[in-house]
Design a protein. Sequence first.
Length: 343
Amino acid sequence: MTHAPDHPPRTLAALGWSAFHEDQLRPEEAELAPMRIATVHRARMTAESLFGPTKLVLPPQTNTSDFAVGDWVLVEAETRTLVRRLDRRTVLQRHTEGARVPQLIAANVDTLFIVSSCNDDLNPARLERYLALANEADTTPVIVLTKADRVADPEPYRQQVIGLQRGLEVVTLNAQVPEAAVALAPWCGPGQTVALVGSSGVGKSSLLNTLSAKAPEEAQRTGSIRESDAKGRHTTTSRSLHPIAGGGWVIDTPGIRTLHISDISVGLDVLFAEIAELAPLCRFRDCTHAHEPGCAVRAAVAAGELDPARLDRWRKLVDENRSNTPVDTGPRGNKIRKTPGKR
């Protein structure tokens, strides 16, 4: 296997390998090399190996859309031929309108940095969608508010999001200075993997450049948010895995304009824990918290103990999840999957 000579040998643990992946190895696979997917394109993929970046040889009929950046794969060491993908410990995926299968965002991620900015682009309702995505994947979410240096006081922006979820970490920073890497260091240690998600123009590429301490000639191209509408320009066009100066790994992703809620089971209960805890106290098991008598959730709103805006957003996301999640219908042995659609 060829590899870049300027990369000293690494360890699998430094690449993010864990006992979860080790337990999947079969005795007959002892000669195969574990590698981690770094980029995925339509007809090619690259991986990070013990010796640095590697171009993989794909077997015929390989569908690259079945692979996510961050996946662990087993590779024939001499030929660099992909053999198989290991099961994922965590996977971030989203459902796009009209698609039959979810779009993979990243795999084996420990922490999801949900990036927004201290300006008019900050949208708590949109951040809740990312939080539901992280919760469903069993990945730790952290809200990162960039461009803190461009406002007189970033604290009001922080206060808008700190209460979106219990125990939520919120960090305000300037993504372009070294202090940003220090602020995020608790989640970026050796072998740890973080992923960056958020709208275009909020500073994800700048944050990537800072975390990975890239030289100017290697830095990701960055854009800006238009002053007229606070909307960003796309600068990242594909997902990719990069080493963090502190020993971890960061997955950069393109900006997401629309994030649909679909096929979420526990993610919304974690996000709206105060509603999930009150629901069993309602008179009816299938209470929608809209009009039924004996509703403990609506009683909490009336008593000033629950923000009515939170209940409204919960109801919207629950309805969206129900209408977008496919269900199996039909007789046994001949079931088909259908999407219920809006009621």
